[in-house]
Design a binder for this molecule. Structure first.
Ligand code: NI
Length: 278
């Protein structure tokens, strides 16, 4: 099983990431993709990818960090350099976030859109897919992606931690995006501001367009909800959705792992290269 979105590059893991990575491998997690949300955490994700064979990186600036204060003026050049690493698979998590956080509320939407657009342009330039973050901004995210249709890769990427309306799901699929689900699919209640449950959205998502993730340290699935999440728990989410889809865990794992190779070209290239050199 592959975890396509984790943050072992965050402070929450700085004391024990070695153990966390080992526990994931023992549980049957074959690859972990760590995702940046700022330049510093993107650099850290690439560092981890260089250090561990089964770790990969996605680099980018999260809309929540779009405030200029967080960004060095040469952020785009720095990001481009990180994209050249053979283990950097995509640009993410990028997109729009209209949720009001207790720390800094909602970052100016115009600024969020600028940062999003700059990173779509960069992805086009370096030939990478996108890993999209969308919170309560589905319509605007899709409008921007549709406007940039000609700049997207053949497989444009994936929506991370999908939530939203059936309409947003339909449009994201129509644009060619894959859909990521997390441990919050095991929660009983609908998240505030949402109208469709995650199990319902997963049922509507074709198996050959679905990928699974943890978003560690967040979104810990039941029965560990409340504790720090870690990549080994991606198995719990996969088992939960396999049951929803009424198929075996093995079949579910084979197909979703296959999907990851389709979304991330560079992962496929890396692994076939390794086979040849062995
Ligand atoms: Ni995340």
């Amino acid at each position: 099983m592959i975890d396509v979105h984790a943050h072992l590059n965050f402070h929450k893991f700085e004391d024990d990431y070695d153990d966390v990575i080992k526990r994931a491998a023992d549980a049957g997690v074959t690859k972990i993709i760590n995702v940046g949300t700022q330049i510093s955490s993107s650099e850290k994700a690439v560092e981890f990818a260089e250090k561990y064979e089964n770790l990969y990186a996605i680099v980018g600036v999260h809309p929540h960090h779009a405030d200029k204060i967080d960004l060095p003026s040469d952020w785009l050049e720095k990001l481009e350099k990180l994209c050249q690493n053979p283990k950097t698979l995509a640009i993410g998590e990028i997109g729009l976030d209209y949720y009001s956080y207790s720390s800094n509320g909602v970052v100016d939407p115009t600024l969020q859109k600028e940062i999003f657009q700059a990173q779509i342009d960069l992805a086009y330039k370096v030939g990478l897919p996108l890993q999209i973050h969308n919170r309560h901004a589905g319509e605007d995210v899709l409008e921007i992606l549709e406007k940039n249709k000609n700049k997207l890769q053949k497989t444009p990427g994936m929506f991370h931690c999908f939530a939203g309306s059936k309409e947003v799901l339909k449009k994201a699929l129509a644009l060619g995006f894959y859909i990521g689900f997390d441990g919050n699919i095991t929660f009983d209640k609908l998240a505030p501001g949402e109208t469709v449950t995650l199990p319902d959205l997963a049922k509507l998502t074709p198996l050959d367009r679905m990928v699974i993730e943890t978003d560690s340290p967040y979104l810990t699935p039941i029965p560990f909800r409340g504790k720090r999440n870690e990549p080994k728990n991606v198995i719990i989410t996969a088992e939960f959705i396999a049951k929803l889809k009424d198929i075996s865990f093995e079949e579910f794992q084979d197909q979703t792992d296959q999907n990851v190779y389709t979304v991330f070209d560079k992962l496929k290239a890396q692994n076939s290269k390794r086979k040849i050199t062995v």
